[in-house]
Design a protein around this ligand. Structure first.
Ligand code: SF4
Length: 220
């Protein structure tokens, strides 16, 4: 099932349109079964191609849209294009993000607080990881990000976006043997059906921006 919110009130996505989606009968039904943040013991072995295509086409008129996926870019990299929704690969570690960045895959990664060492960017294996500005600027949201060109909505970029683990994922991100990613915004939602996302044409904050969630219940 897909839930759409015209004006998000979540802290990070405040003011932009967002969608929430989970699998049929299970929060984790659309997640890769192999994902370490998926404790359900079940999940999808393949990406939902019909939904993937719908999300890719859901870019707002004169706007931008972005999403995140734990599925390997092998499933979707070839579908990325300038006029489509940007899919960010949620890499398990900064090292894995660095590896995929060499193949021009837009990446995000969740890291432990100590990763930043008080800075807003770090380099790992030659790849630049830039901290999500919403983590360090009070009242900042995706609508304020990048002067109308949000970092997560940039298809061709030379850096990965880094999120700092908090809540349930904090311990895992701090443990090199157990690192896992957390989605940057949102709440877990149980959904029971499926429908296509609608085109989003709102312009609530000066930029026409939408965050769409492809395969995972988000972890706040
Ligand atoms: S880096 Fe991404 S999640 Fe963070 S404010 Fe910018 S667009 Fe939003």
């Amino acid at each position: 099932m897909l839930k759409t919110v015209e004006y998000s009130r979540a802290k990070k996505t405040r003011g932009i349109a967002v969608t929430y989606r989970a699998g049929n009968g299970s929060n984790y039904g659309t997640c890769p079964a192999s994902c370490e943040l998926n404790p359900s013991g079940c999940g999808a072995s393949k990406i939902d191609v019909d939904y993937l295509d719908a999300v890719l086409d859901a870019r707002p008129v004169k706007g931008v849209s972005f999403t995140y996926s734990h599925f390997s870019p092998l499933h979707w990299k070839r579908k990325l294009a300038a006029n489509k929704t940007v899919i960010n690969y949620s890499a398990k570690t900064a090292e894995i993000a660095a590896k995929f960045m060499r193949f021009k895959v837009p990446c995000v990664v969740t890291v432990a607080e100590r990763f930043w060492q008080g800075k807003k960017k770090q380099s790992v294996n030659g790849a630049l990881i830039v901290r999500c500005p919403a983590e360090t600027i009070a009242g900042f949201s995706c609508a304020d990000c990048g002067n109308g060109d949000p970092l997560c909505a940039r298809l061709e970029r030379t850096f990965a976006v880094g999120f700092t683990a908090h809540g349930a994922s904090k311990k895992k991100a701090a443990d090199p043997d157990q690192r896992a990613v957390a989605m940057p915004v949102g709440k877990r939602r149980a959904c029971t059906g499926l429908r296509q996302p609608r085109k989003i044409r709102t312009k609530p904050t000066g930029i026409n921006c939408a965050a769409l969630f492809l395969d995972c219940p988000r972890v706040q």
